[in-house]
Design a protein around this ligand. Structure first.
Ligand code: MG
Length: 383
């Protein structure tokens, strides 16, 4: 029986993690649930999973829940309570599905407390890959990827010599705007962006998928998870999203992992590894699959990918600056305060103006993130 902390339990990955727990009651116990401010959904989850502790990072929402809840679960509110939750003594594994930069501190705290991480929060590795991987190594903790591409790479690497890896091939669906040119993207709306063709995900990641920023963040995530150089990472567009990623070896062999587009599969694998357990998730029906296609990504139109390669190659605090600017820009886009293409402009402006610090400490990363957000908000005000 594995005791879990689920950070971000009311989000897309969080609810799907609880689906996996529900289907495998003999394997998992939920010790702690953490959400941001969705107190009603959290209350339902508390009633169903009976965790020892539940946390809402929004103190007001926590107070609302406390006022009406009378069960056994202890309820806390606030940012410090989220960090406390991540180091819950009885927990074995922390599922980190908080959104964005906010996932970094709880993840570092969990590693410090010897917890294994089921990592859904890719921004943690984007902004602090070097620091986080070193901490995991020092503490002897596993970081098991939940991101479908990285879970695929992880599976394709099993049983093979890491030194024989030639390159990692990340697949991208291309999102809802695949094949479009910049002039066709000027006036796209939130609704256009959120109509993702193959994956059903949270809003922020869906915008990131449309801009290919998500794939860029995943390139940086893969660099740190598998200790390869950026020259060893290739992105190919694969609109059917059946091949989740591939590893090419020095003899020319390519290993691929295939499956339906269902996040519960990588979540379950991260939680049961090294075991592979039965599931009722949909199966790929090869007889009905007409074709699987692959093509070069259009990095001129979808500059998010190019910018991430640039930020990753420069290193230091630049990926953190890129990420901070993107988080603010995406939020503005979702609120109708910025156009889709302005997301790129805002990221570029921050990357150009930001001062890069190399080998950053956690404090320097927090500082860089704060600077990038402030800078991007100021730019936004002038749009
Ligand atoms: Mg992914």
């Amino acid at each position: 029986m594995k005791n879990l902390v689920v950070l971000g339990s009311t989000g897309s990955i969080g609810t799907q993690t609880l689906d996996v727990v529900r289907a495998n009651p003999d394997l998992f116990h939920v010790s702690v649930l953490v959400a941001n401010r969705s107190d009603e959904l959290l209350e339902q989850q508390i009633n169903e999973f009976q965790p020892e502790v539940a946390v809402l990072s929004d103190k007001e929402a926590a107070q609302h829940l406390k006022n009406r809840y009378s069960g056994k679960t202890k309820i806390y509110g606030g940012r410090e309570a989220v960090i406390e939750a991540a180091v819950y003594p009885e927990a074995d594994t922390v599922v980190t599905s908080l959104m964005g930069f906010a996932g970094l501190e709880p993840t570092m705290a969990a590693l410090e407390a010897h917890k294994d991480i089921a990592l859904a929060n890719k921004e943690t590795l984007v902004v602090a890959g070097e620091l986080v991987m070193a901490k995991a190594k020092e503490m002897g903790c596993a970081i098991l990827p939940v991101d479908s591409e990285h879970c695929a790479l992880f599976q394709c690497l099993q049983g093979n010599d890491r030194k024989a890896v030639e390159k990692l091939i990340l697949t991208a669906s291309g999102g809802p705007f695949r094949g479009k040119k910049a002039h066709e993207l000027t006036n796209v709306t939130k609704a256009d962006v959120l109509a993702h063709p193959t994956w059903n995900m949270g809003q922020k990641i869906t915008v990131d998928s449309a801009s290919l920023v998500n794939k860029g963040l995943e390139v940086i995530e893969a660099r740190w998870l598998y200790d390869v150089s950026y020259d060893q990472i290739q992105v190919v567009v694969h609109p059917q999203s059946i091949v989740h990623s591939m590893v090419q070896y020095v003899d020319g062999t390519v290993m691929a992992q295939l499956g339906c587009t269902d996040m519960r599969l990588p979540i379950q694998y991260a939680l049961t590894y090294p075991e592979r357990v039965e599931s009722k998730f949909p199966r790929v029906d090869f007889a009905k699959l007409a074709h699987l296609t692959f093509q070069e990504p259009d990095m001129e139109t979808f500059r998010g990918l190019k910018l991430a390669f640039e930020a990753g190659r420069t290193g230091g605090t630049l990926p953190c600056i890129m990420n901070g600017a993107n988080e603010v820009a995406v939020e503005a886009f979702l609120k109708g305060q910025a156009g889709f293409l302005q997301i790129y402009e805002l990221i570029e402006a921050a990357m150009e103006a930001g001062k890069v610090e190399y080998k950053p400490s956690l404090e320097q990363l927090l500082e860089a993130d704060k600077w990038a957000r402030q800078f991007t908000r100021e730019k936004l005000a002038k749009l």
